[in-house]
Design a protein around this ligand. Sequence first.
Ligand code: TXA
Ligand code: MG
Length: 304
Amino acid sequence: MEAVRLLSSGEPVALPTETVYGLAAAALDPTACARIFEAKERPFNDPLIVHLPASGWLDELCESSPLAWRLAETFWPGPLTLVLPRREVVPNIVTAHQNTVAVRMSAHPIFQNIIDAFGGPLAAPSANRFGRISPTQASHVMSELGGRIPLIVDAGPCLHGIESTIVSVRSNRLFLCRQGPVTREQLERFAPVTERREERTPGSLPTHYAPRTPCEFWKGDPPPAGLSVGLLAWNTRGKGFAQVEYLSDKQDLREAAAHLYTALRRLDEAGLDLILVERIPEVDLGVAIMERLVKATGSSQQSL
Ligand code: TXA
Ligand code: MG
């Protein structure tokens, strides 16, 4: 398999996961990981998520705990990333010299085939240039990283469409670093959950996921005259907009998440002066979608 050959020789390869496309490289090879930073123009102080071939690797890379294992057994393979104390074997470039490492196990069958054949952990951040919208289709990866990486494995659109939930696991508490497909309510069944606002990681800067076009929350007014304005709509039939993208005709939050980045990217590529964004209900998956929209509009000064 071409992807496995490239990964084994230290090259980065874009791979589908169930959340978004990732740019993968051998996690235990610092030079291979450096190529990820180079292709994405990612600052070296932003740590990478490590994807495991099997949950048994948890104890190889991290100081696990009974709580970490309960979460892994319940949600893996799937869209939950655990932040745990690292072991020595994890290169500093992966953790940005922190004493923790973020690990998950992808549920995507093609990702699983490739990582099984590769036979070791793969570091894989989202396959976009730093600070840009995460790719949920191979064509998005092509427009972000085309010409910079040797291979993009195309498996069609990603199932969830938003990045994994990230939770930092402490003795008997969970700190939610990034909202995602696994909800806070699901995590609260295992331990008390606190939103971790105080400790910022660079990838959680308020303007992450930003389109290039100015982007604001819509207050319901008609679009300003003389400007070409797009609408990212939840349930309103917008009038007078140059382009409207609906997150879900059925108002289904799963569908909205799966469609979010494609819709945002389409609006961003339409040559508009302004993108207005309709707020969506902050329940279930809506919390994770709104977290992305707040960042896309740059309207948050808080870290999440
Ligand atoms: O769904 C996902 O998680 C996707 C797919 C490809 O797996 N990956 C992804 O990676 O979203 P990335 O690099 O785009 O986002 C990873 C986030 C960054 O915000 C980074 O700062 C944070 O994880 N992170 C990584 N290691 C961490 C650590 N040790 N402690 C806290 N945050 C960490
Ligand atoms: Mg990312």
